[in-house]
Ligand binder design. Structure first.
Ligand code: AMP
Length: 543
């Protein structure tokens, strides 16, 4: 039951595939079982035939019969702009419609209405909240929610928003590998370096942490937001499609229902092959032949075949590990333990390669599905306690400003320990400068801003020219930007980095209204700047 002195708080692992919630009692973390007794809840939201919202297992069941109204994999889309390259590239892979939200963000159609992705995730979180409250017997108002270490600022903010919409006071956002390390090392008095290899449904994260008592310091981190179990499923699906086509000359990819069935069956076969060497993938009456006769798909699959189909994906994960170690000059021999986290790390090929690659068997005893939620719960419980856990994290993706010509000038470098504050001086004003200047902020590893994620734009008045701009990244990796304005006494103004087309349009309307009231006939630099920003965010079109 929740502790009476302190408000009840839980740790939540909001996964691509599954969501898990944990709590702490008497300093021991435990997973809350769902209403059906399971320890994990599918991160799926659907609207059934009667228009009711369903979440979890019941929603997953709708995948087959109602794929256009069943939202899965929201974690891959949350916090991304609709026009971003990533969203455009992955859009065709989803069975539901991805649309542009009112603020230029990726959103989805569900039950005939546009839903934001924080809204979708909030349905999962709200369900989890009810499950936890029923189990713990009281209100659970607070939460610590985990995110991939590789999430950018927008994605972190969006997850926080999802928590808020679900009715949680989100006390902290914690990186998944850090949470996993906590589940492993909390209160064990360890003094060692560990590597967390986290291969989940949609993302791969690798982090190296130094543990010293209850101080968990991330030394280096890296990964890929588009490498996970789903990619393994897709390899198997492509293979099955090809074999079936060869045998029957029928292309199953043309039938959405057949594809949904195949997706489920391929994932099950993949998971079974973690335990067994051979399975048979069988889908009766998957389609009809030219004469209308039902055709059954029946294909024997071996673990060896699966390994051959996915071996390069596994290689990719270890290439990320090597890169992360090399970037920080970390000697692989200095790593005392390898923790395997995430459902896909159960694959024997992954476990074998981890052993081979690091020259020691990976640590058993950390539950790959539950450890992130357990760690988040331990952190949640320790917040405000005298012997609180201390987390020292690093920035996983650099943040910088756009230079003329579209290059990114990095202000906060990758793997910088956070919280951190960095500042730079803006060039002084020149005579022919417009009265307003804009600084666009991006996050990404690439040199060119086209391959980075847009975070926001600063609109700087003349008195800010030549002044210092401060980038403050807090311990949750959330960014605040302040500019010291010069006029009169030094004044600090806080500028949101979260300008959206809608907020810019509002600002533009206010600016035009101000000019109208002042009967200002001249072109206002601010208005021009705002219009330029709107154009840029809308990809050249003003709407
Ligand atoms: P997570 O995001 O950590 O919940 O991981 C979910 C992913 O792990 C999904 O792609 C699952 O198909 C995959 N997975 C779960 N269990 C197994 C297993 N026993 N063997 C292989 N993959 C698994």
């Amino acid at each position: 039951m929740p502790n009476n002195e302190r408000p009840a708080i839980v740790g939540i692992d909001l996964g691509t595939t599954n969501t898990c919630v944990a709590y702490v009692r008497n300093r021991v973390a435990r997973v809350v079982p769902s209403d059906k007794g399971a320890l994990i809840l599918p991160s799926v939201v659907s609207v059934d035939g009667k228009g009711n919202l369903v979440v979890g297992g019941a929603a997953k069941d709708q995948l087959l019969v109602n794929p256009r109204n069943t939202i899965w994999g929201a974690k891959r889309l949350i916090g991304r702009k609709f026009n971003s390259r990533t969203v455009q590239e992955i859009k065709p892979y989803f069975s539901y419609e991805i649309v542009e939200g009112p603020q230029g963000e990726a959103a989805v159609m569900l039950g005939g209405k546009v839903h934001s992705l924080p809204q979708i995730s909030s349905y999962v979180l709200a369900h989890i909240k009810t499950v936890a409250e029923t189990f713990l017997g009281g209100e659970v108002a607070q939460a610590v929610i985990s995110v991939p270490a590789y999430y950018n600022d927008n994605q972190r903010q969006a997850v926080k928003e999802a928590g808020r919409l679900a009715g949680f006071d989100v006390k902290r956002i914690v990186n998944e590998p850090t949470a996993a390390a906590l589940a492993y090392g909390f209160n064990r008095g360890l003094d060692q370096r560990i590597l967390v290899y986290d291969l989940g449904g949609g993302t791969f994260d690798v982090s190296v942490l130094d543990l010293q008592g209850n101080v968990f310091e991330v030394v280096a981190t890296g990964g890929d937001t588009f490498l996970g179990g789903l990619d393994f499923d897709n390899r198997l699906i492509d293979y099955v499609l090809e074999e079936f086509r060869r045998e029957t000359k029928i292309d199953l990819a043309q039938s959405p229902i057949a594809m949904q069935r195949l997706k489920g069956a391929a994932e099950n076969a993949k998971m079974d092959l973690s335990l067994l060497s051979n399975v048979v993938l069988e889908l009766p009456f998957i389609t009809e032949d030219k004469r209308g006769k039902p055709v059954t798909l029946r294909l024997p699959l071996s673990r060896e075949r699966l390994n051959a189909l996915t071996s390069d994906l596994v290689d990719k994960t270890f290439a990320h590990c090597d890169r992360v170690l090399a970037e920080k000059n970390i000697d692989p021999k200095s790593i005392a333990e390898i923790l395997l986290v995430g459902g896909q790390s159960r694959m024997p090929l992954v476990q074998g390669r981890a052993h081979q690659h690091f020259g020691r068997p990976p640590r058993k005893g950390v539950h790959p599905d539950e450890c992130v939620a357990l760690g988040a719960a331990l952190l949640a419980d320790s917040l405000g306690a005298a012997d609180a856990v201390r987390l020292v994290d690093v920035l996983s993706i650099p943040i910088g400003i756009a230079l003329p010509g579209g290059r990114l000038r990095k202000v906060l470098e990758k793997n910088t320990a956070i919280p951190v504050q960095k500042s730079f001086r803006l060039p002084p004003a020149k005579e022919d400068d417009p009265p307003f200047r804009e600084v666009d902020i991006f996050q990404g590893e690439a040199d060119g801003i086209v391959d980075c994620e847009y975070l926001g734009t600063l609109h700087l008045p003349t008195d800010a020219f030549g002044q210092r701009v401060n980038f403050l990244l807090d311990s949750e990796c959330l960014l605040r930007v302040t500019v010291e304005a010069a006029a009169g006494a030094p004044k600090e103004m806080v500028l949101a980095t979260r300008d959206t087309p809608a907020s810019l349009r509002t600002a533009l309307a206010e600016e035009l209204e101000r000019r109208r009231l002042q009967n200002d006939q001249q072109d206002s630099g601010r208005a021009v700047g705002l219009m330029a920003s709107i154009r840029r965010i809308w990809g050249g079109q003003e709407k």
